[in-house]
Ligand binder design. Sequence first.
Ligand SMILES: C[S@@+](CC[C@H](N)C(=O)[O-])C[C@H]1O[C@@H](n2cnc3c(N)ncnc32)[C@H](O)[C@@H]1O
Length: 301
Amino acid sequence: MEYRNAVICGDCLDVMKQLERDSIACCITDPPYNYEFIGREWDETEIRRRLERVKDSKSTLVKHIPYGSGLAGGVRNPRWYDRNRQNLLDYQSWAEQWGRELLRVLKPGGLALVFNGSRTAAHIQVALEHAGFYARDILVWRRNSGIPKGLNVSKKLEKMGDVHAQEWSGWHSCLRSGWEAIVVVQKPLMNNYIETLTRFHVGLFQARDDNGFQSNIIEPIQKEGLDDFNTHPTVKPLKLMEKLVKLTVPKGYGNIVMDPFAGSGTTLLAAQNLGIDYLGIEINPEYAQISKKRLQRAQIP
Ligand SMILES: C[S@@+](CC[C@H](N)C(=O)[O-])C[C@H]1O[C@@H](n2cnc3c(N)ncnc32)[C@H](O)[C@@H]1O
């Protein structure tokens, strides 16, 4: 089945099974970073459950930081570590499952760019290598908005009435998060870059732009304001997604860029803006609708 310029509502694992082998030029995607969701429906109930958990906390809700990630303090006992390890392994094997399907549908030499947190990106890379990809890079998307999360030790001690609390001023359980990872993997080439390019029109980076040669560090990109109907909690900046599409997908040649975790459709909108065909898959019907609306709106002159 060939879908082009469409948003399909469903589990990407099932939907990708319906797609032709070697039919997709590139995958740019932002899957849930949170490994704790495995075995739970990724729907409104789940999102509400998470919001409830941090309702009374003074800290900002960071939706993609897993509970149990160790960032928020709490008890560390062997049970906690066992659960944490198991969650991470479940996340990795889930990524390997969709990675296998992704490998099948990508053209030879097709690139996959997968967002992830700095702590979990390594698992995504290994999962996709196990699925048959080979690792090319991890791009650093620098963000200047990172706020310190985790345990502020002196504050905590102060609350506990410890008279030495100030001695620990500045000590924290983690660093300020200043970047997100974009794991770059590639489906094996057809013999070499030239044969892959001439037969499949993929496999390389458009690395030159007005600012020179693109490095593997992407400098901060301002988020634009959201449409009022876009209630998705983790929308990526459109300019960032346009940059990634330009970097990896030659325009024309029937090339399709796919986002199997489309959310509110930012990758798809980026592709549409650049005149490149897209395919989005999103499990949550509400988000699938939002992305359709964004795509339609952008077409109106
Ligand atoms: C981090 S969000 C993507 C946000 C997107 N980058 C944007 O700018 O709107 C990940 C999305 O993956 C969806 N999702 C989770 N599991 C899925 C699955 N198995 N198949 C398809 N979509 C899934 C979630 O509903 C969520 O909207």
